[in-house]
Design a protein around this ligand. Sequence first.
Ligand SMILES: *Cc1c(COP(=O)(O)O)cnc(C)c1O
Length: 363
Amino acid sequence: MIPFVSATIDTAALRQNLRVVRARAPGSRVMAVIKANAYGHGLVMVAQALNEADAFAVARVDEGLALRSAGITKPVVLLEGVFDGEQLALAAAHRFGFVVHIEEQVRLLEQAPAGAPFDVWLKLDTGMNRLGLTGAQFAAAHAALSLLPGVRQPVGLMSHLASADIREDPENMLQLQRFAQATRDLPGARSLANSAALLNFPAAQADWVRPGLLLYGVSPLAGTQGAEVGLEPVMTLHSRIIGLKDVARGERVGYGGVWTAERPTRLAIAAVGYGDGYPRNMPSGSPVLVNGASAAIAGKVSMDMIGIDVTELPQAAKLGDPVLLWGPGLPVERMAALAGTIPYELLCGISQRVAINSRKIPS
Ligand SMILES: *Cc1c(COP(=O)(O)O)cnc(C)c1O
């Protein structure tokens, strides 16, 4: 049975994008960020495709466990760290590295039972004011971790930039300066760069880069697309036409009747909606590709369906025809902008009922 909605994952593109990242950051190792189900692309499939990454980063213990259950043996870093003895024991059993960003996590390590040392990244808050220790707390935490036999030495040093996608924001330089100053006399690997910092601030690439979005072929910089830096889109979201009808001039279409036919209109209904993660904010007039040709959404996005004006398509739309929502030819960056959001949210928002596969796109 052909699924109504599916996300096709181009694993060759994933691997190609990793090569692009390496070429951009030739002096750095790559911690491939595959949290949130690999940004909606499927955690295990992506991890298997990116077997040339140096390590994987996920947000939480459960995500690391899913990787280990699938037989992935590569280093895994938990970006939010561990919070109790149970999570610490899981980290020990599955050899997860993790971020330490708050004093309670230092205390947890001080009380840890003896065992193989943990790979720890100590996080400095350089101004984002999300996770990380500041000033004297950071120095004290570093001193404490340096004494622990249960922590591999030297401890890794990391931070995160709040506005790396805005190159001219002076906060970027301030954050990099604060990091350089607080870590000046410390040994250990350094990591600062997400995708945007990797592109905008080569000086922030350091020992380890932490790209997420770039690996999926998508640009984090507003108004640009991944293709401009040689990336290939990885996810194609597509659906099929499940209904067709002719509506007369003046007829309204969909919930609230917000779209009115201004001429006799051939309307196709495609089986995709906000229940699949296609954003409800996507306005009428936004493009989809029907049989590869551009057509416009007509009316509000429903939970399971969208209406499409196919009146002027060169090839008459038929039941079962493929409808591409984003992917090659329709960049997710552009669709996110139309929906008033960022590509991260569209990709991560793919819902459970969307079949994820690595097959070729139906045509
Ligand atoms: C999610 C995340 C990243 C990856 O961000 P992208 O913008 O997708 O490259 C890097 N570092 C940390 C700490 C993160 O939470």
